[in-house]
Design a protein around this ligand. Structure first.
Ligand code: ATP
Length: 309
């Protein structure tokens, strides 16, 4: 349906998107996963025709949207990262305003507003001014605005950042529901749990490049030659972590003060080495677990860094 070929965008001396290929199939939820600054927003802004690439082409059903941006704009709903709403208007008034911008009016507009309020679960609050909405409600209304003209494709840029868990779940379920009704979705996030849960296919981005592509299971299978071990303690010292890093078979480490995640060569038993290090630094291990790999472990394996470093 959509095919971005070798697209590139440079801002002064920053190569935000470095010659990537992305395709989107009709009816799928496509995830773009990557840490802050990876280039996700820049990539989808080009697909959404908000930014012109410095190189490459973007095709919608074989026709270049660089030459014919209207083709894309007609069928696209974009949910930007920053909430774009009128705070002094009610939820309903915002929908009325943006609906008119999309060219809707009269009964058609009224019906779409009713439908959209149902989808985003804001029926009960539609006459309240948006200033009084919680962060999650504002995000949901923002999604509602993007749905007003009943777009075929929905592009969502990190729609759950900084909101409460209940609204987050509501948004994830809304995306699933919209997809089941036939909408194609492009969803960017740096939360691996979200893309794992939602997406049929995922591109992992880092420093403007795509470093892996596949279904969540395919991506996890990429590290099937590694075991993931998780150690917990009250506090891990830097010296402890450095000694663990030196154990033969340890490929990557992700850590905070109390949890160490190790990607270890498959089948390599490093437990006695781990316990020796623990003894050396008088560190009491609260737990040692073999983990089922997550997309975070895939990213760690590919880059040596965590998604949220
Ligand atoms: N308008 C701009 N001017 C200059 N640099 C920019 C601009 N937009 C993005 N960048 C830079 O391009 C790189 C990619 O940014 P982008 O916003 O696309 O990443 P992202 O993966 O969406 O991350 P985030 O979640 O933080 O938005 C970053 O280094 C960013 O600082």
């Amino acid at each position: 349906m959509i095919e971005a070929r070798n697209i590139r965008k440079v801002f002064k001396d920053v190569v935000a998107v470095d010659g990537i290929n992305i395709y989107v199939k009709k009816g799928e939820i496509l995830g773009i996963l990557g840490p802050n600054g990876a280039g996700k927003t820049t990539a989808i802004s080009m697909i959404a025709t908000l930014l012109l690439p410095d190189g490459g082409d973007i095709l919608l059903q074989e026709r270049s949207i660089l030459k014919e941006p209207k083709l894309m704009r007609r069928i696209l709903g974009l949910v930007p990262q920053d909430v774009a709403l009128y705070l002094d208007l009610s939820g309903r008034e915002n929908l009325e305003f943006f609906g008119r911008v999309y060219g809707l009016s009269g009964k058609a507009l009224e019906m779409r507003i009713k439908k959209v309020l149902e989808i985003v679960g804001l029926n009960g609050k539609n006459r309240e001014i948006v200033k009084n909405y919680s962060g999650g409600m504002k995000r949901r209304l923002n999604i509602g605005v993007a749905l007003l003209h009943d777009p075929e494709i929905l592009i969502m840029d990190e729609p759950t950042v900084g909101i409460d868990p209940q609204s987050r779940n509501h948004i994830l379920e809304t995306v699933k529901g919209l997809n089941e009704e036939g909408k194609t979705v492009i969803y960017t996030s740096h939360y691996m749990e979200e893309v794992d849960y939602l997406c049929d296919r995922i591109y992992i981005m880092d420093y403007g490049k795509i470093i892996a592509e596949g279904s969540p299971d395919e991506l996890k299978a990429m590290i099937s030659r590694e075991d993931v071990l998780e150690l917990k303690a009250t506090l891990f010292s830097q010296e402890f972590i450095e000694d663990i890093r030196k154990i033969s078979g340890v490929k990557h480490i992700l850590h905070d003060d109390s949890t160490l995640t190790l990607n270890v060569e498959k089948g390599k038993n490093i437990l006695s080495d781990v316990f020796n290090v623990a003894q050396k630094y008088h560190t009491t291990l609260i737990s040692v677990n073999v983990k089922v790999p997550t997309l975070e472990d895939v990213f760690l394996s590919l880059t040596g860094r965590g998604l949220r470093d």
